[in-house]
Design a protein around this ligand. Structure first.
Ligand code: FAD
Ligand code: NDP
Length: 472
């Protein structure tokens, strides 16, 4: 079991631990972090304990709140996420008070947190929701960017406007979105795996998407259907925050809306994928030239003309483990996150998971008394449900905008599958597919071609009829 040993903490942090806290007599509920986890936690506490005071301490000037919440099914929920000034939260819940200040130290034995503004806050229960930060392939290199909050997204956009070629490392959520969104800039996409997006979909789907991405120019981008949050109009606020060295809340779906992700070139998309490799070494321009003068051998790719004929001088060069070297303007390290536990939690004996997150049980309780955690800072230490399945949502899966003029067909096999088809005037409008249903393609086709299904009635979901073959 891993814990935070005091030896991992800086001298400065250990020293500041000597500041005395008052005895834990009249504590409040204290929540740390103004991201979606912290705000949701504070709201739930405010609703369930209306006579208690709840203190939300956050390093960011705006908070993130859930709006338009709908329970779609037993496990599916639908909601929007909005950035709001903290006063909106205080107005909605008079028993919540928001303090804009970073927590610099937790003294769990004394039930006390110390904040950057010099104050201390005694808690009776504490929930830590300080999020995470990008886990970069290399720290302190100005040519290696991570994307997490509004500031880092704007910095990325700024660099992109001057770029001809960039390299993206990683095969997760951010990389997938970026390769699709970036225009007018060559992208070298480096992944450890055989296929793109293996965290989200299978190799077949990856192959399909890869050929779409590389061989065809994505036409007009698919229109966004959700409420969005954007980074426009926030420049002043984020500049102030950046100069204070504080971290903002994580972005979310539609994070690139309002950002013009365009490089210097006129073409739409130009993507080259390097699979099954990682970054071996990064050279700054000067280091690379010196290395060449020393006649270090840099293996070239004889098959890829874009590399062998590359006469351009680049600010940075990346040597991959497959021996290829690419020059580029900068690198995006979309290689996951590290929970935000240091330095403020140092000196407290939390059990932590392999990813560095605070281990929580199924009540979100950490290993220390009266301390809970939620969101990106924590690691679920319970056994995942055996019936958890990936979910596919198609079309108007919740009958959005259809009014009462629609019908639902359901098929449910406990623990295995849950299928809901939404029909209007005999035409399929949407579907929810949970489990290995193999119906996605058929249902998508039925939604797209709007075939009249009235004649089939409830037989459409009869498990004894192979509708996949039927509509092939
Ligand atoms: C580009 C991008 C796209 C994403 N897209 C999706 C998506 O489509 N779907 C999805 O489900 N997830 C997505 N995510 C992930 C999702 O945004 C996060 O999982 C989620 O926002 C985490 O919320 P959180 O509250 O735990 O942390 P955060 O949002 O990081 O909030 C942490 C809060 O703690 C504060 N804080 C940090 N340290 C301290 C301190 N010492 N003292 C006081 N306050 C502190 C910060 O200021 C911040 O307010 C995306 C993430 C990124 C970066
Ligand atoms: N739609 C969504 O749900 C989205 C969610 N997000 C979230 O935002 C956070 C940050 O996104 P992102 O950075 O994409 O993180 P992810 O965790 O989604 O993906 C990280 C990727 O980087 C790979 N990787 C890790 N280390 C290296 C390395 N040294 N060299 C090469 N590849 C490496 C990982 O491979 P491996 O797994 O094999 O280690 C994985 O493919 C995540 O929590 C993510 O879930 C972001 C965008 C959209």
């Amino acid at each position: 079991m891993q814990t935070f040993p005091a030896s991992h903490c800086s001298r400065q942090t250990t020293k500041s631990m000597e500041a005395p806290c008052s005895p834990p007599t009249a504590g409040k509920f204290v929540v740390v972090g103004g991201g979606i986890a912290g705000v949701t936690c504070a709201e739930q506490l405010a609703i369930n304990f209306p006579s208690e005071d709840i203190l939300l301490i956050t390093a960011s000037p705006v908070i993130k709140a859930v709006t338009n919440f709908k329970q779609v099914s037993k496990v599916l929920e639908e909601f929007d996420v909005e950035e709001q000034p903290s006063t909106m939260l205080e107005n909605r819940f008079p028993n919540i008070k928001v303090i804009e200040s970073g927590v610099k130290q937790l003294k769990s034995k004394e039930h006390c947190v110390l904040t950057e503004d010099g104050n201390q806050h005694i808690y009776k229960k504490l929930c830590l929701c300080a999020g995470a930060k990008p886990k970069l392939i290399c720290e302190g290199n100005p040519y290696v960017l991570g994307i997490r909050d509004t500031d880092s997204a704007q910095e990325f956009q700024k660099q992109l406007t001057k770029a001809k070629r960039i390299m993206i490392i990683g095969n997760g959520g951010i990389a997938l979105e970026l390769v699709y969104e970036i225009e007018g800039c060559e992208v070298i996409w480096v992944i450890k795996d055989k296929a793109i997006g293996n965290t989200f979909f299978d190799a077949g789907a990856a192959e399909f998407l890869t050929s779409k991405l590389i061989d065809e120019k994505p036409e007009a981008k698919i229109a966004q259907k959700r409420t969005r949050y954007t980074t426009e109009g926030r420049k002043k606020e984020t500049q102030a925050r950046a100069s204070a060295g504080n971290v903002g809340s994580a972005l979310g779906p539609d994070w690139h809306e309002g950002l013009d992700l365009k490089g210097t070139k006129e073409f739409s998309h130009k993507i080259h994928i390097e699979t099954m490799c990682e970054v071996k070494k990064i050279y700054l321009q000067e280091e690379f030239r010196i290395s060449e003068k020393k006649s270090l051998t840099f293996p070239r790719d004889h098959h890829d003309q874009s590399v062998t004929t590359d006469k351009e001088i680049w600010p940075v060069y990346v040597e991959l483990t497959n021996e290829k070297i690419y020059g580029c303007d900068f690198i995006v390290s979309a290689t996951g996150v590290t929970p935000n536990t240091e330095p403020f939690l140092c000196g407290n004996n939390f059990d932590v998971g392999e990813d560095g997150g605070l281990k929580v049980d199924d009540h979100m309780h950490t290993s220390l008394p009266d301390i809970y955690a939620a969101g990106d800072i924590c690691t679920a230490a319970w056994h995942p449900s055996p019936v958890w399945q990936q979910v596919v949502l198609l079309g108007k899966y919740n009958a959005q905008g259809l009014g009462s003029n629609h019908e639902l067909l359901l098929r449910c096999t406990k623990g295995q599958e849950y299928i809901k088809a939404v029909l209007q005037n005999g035409r399929m409008m949407g579907a929810v597919l949970i489990g290995e249903t193999d119906l996605e393609e058929t249902f998508e086709n039925l939604i797209l071609n709007q075939m009249n299904l009235s004649a089939y009635g409830e037989d459409l979901l009869d498990p004894n009829i192979d509708i996949e073959d039927y509509f092939d």
